[in-house]
Write a protein that binds this ligand. Sequence first.
Ligand code: CTP
Ligand code: MG
Length: 393
Amino acid sequence: MSRPGTFAAIIVAAGRGERSGLAQPKQFAMLAGRPVLRWSVETFARHPDCAQIIVVTQDDAAAQAALAHLAVTYAVGGATRQQSVANGLAALEASAALGGDAPALVLVHDAARPALSAAVIDRLLAVFVDSEVAGAIPALPIADTLARGSAELGETVARDDLWRVQTPQAFRLRALTAAHVGARDSAATDDAQLVRAAGGSVAIVAGDPMLDKVTQPGDLERLERYLAGGAAHGEARTGMGYDVHRLVPGDGVWLGGVLIPHHQSLLGHSDADVAIHAITDALLGAVAAGDIGDHFPPSDPQWAGASSDRFLAHAAMLVTERGFAISHVDCTIICEAPRIGPHRAAMQARVAAIVGIEPGRVGIKATTTEKLGFTGRGEGIAAMAVATVRAIP
Ligand code: CTP
Ligand code: MG
């Protein structure tokens, strides 16, 4: 496909999800291992033409937790969806004013549509290559008979020229900005109607049934069956990692991102968190991206004393960039002391937060070596890890 240049993505995630029946806003609910919001943001992050991602939210802390290690800019949500998009556009302008070139195209997407594929984005972008339209949207024809009525059936409605309109919706940035300026405070539920009202033409490309919005109770479960069932995923790959650090007199060891009080510490250039290092190598191995030493050479002074969280976050980002999603990681820590059991839940939570998956997909185990070998003698701690990643088509 010839490409129309780069685009910015605005993901609106500032709604309350009142119709969903969920305890929290639906964009932060867990879906097949990662928050709803994260699914589509990862798809944009992976797209080679996506220059910038703006996430519009009312809850920065929840959004940042959901989007760990993804490079996004945050904008504050508005009272209506339209206002949220307008705030996203303002954030885009502000970052362009700071020196970044604003891309010519912008894609506006509902966070509540997690199962976004690169194919839909490519169909939208293709429209702009040889057409002067102001915008392009994904839409689906209606298969069911349409009828009016309340309790009793009323008249049937012709459906031949009716569409179910989805997002992302792609626009020339100038056209969308002008449409928003001209339509403050309308109750528009999408952006195409604003651009149309401002006189712009909007093309329709094929939508995707999996792109349906999470709106009512039950919608999330349906998507969960699709995504967790693996239908949305391609090839699975596994990586392994192994690391050892020496124990020296000290006052605590970092393991699995948690500082455990102990009469010794682990010696190393960084914080020497063997568990995080092994998991990092497992992720790098799964996507054949070398090892931790290639990315963070111990000879480089900038990593002296560094928190290993950064190494792990970098590996997780490389997994995303190479077109994969992390299914799970599992780590065995090998030592006589300290005891790992009391800290297992904290480690699971910490590792999960760094790589952006749910804690139930992080295995942390420990074993002693019956006082045999260097781990048995308390000279050092070893860790082994495996990680499974799935290709996102
Ligand atoms: N949205 C937004 N700001 C608002 C309202 C909605 O960013 N003030 C976003 C939602 O987070 C969602 C998308 O717009 O990603 C589509 O809106 P909708 O499905 O209506 O989500 P909610 O408003 O959260 O749900 P509900 O209407 O059921 O409360
Ligand atoms: Mg709403």
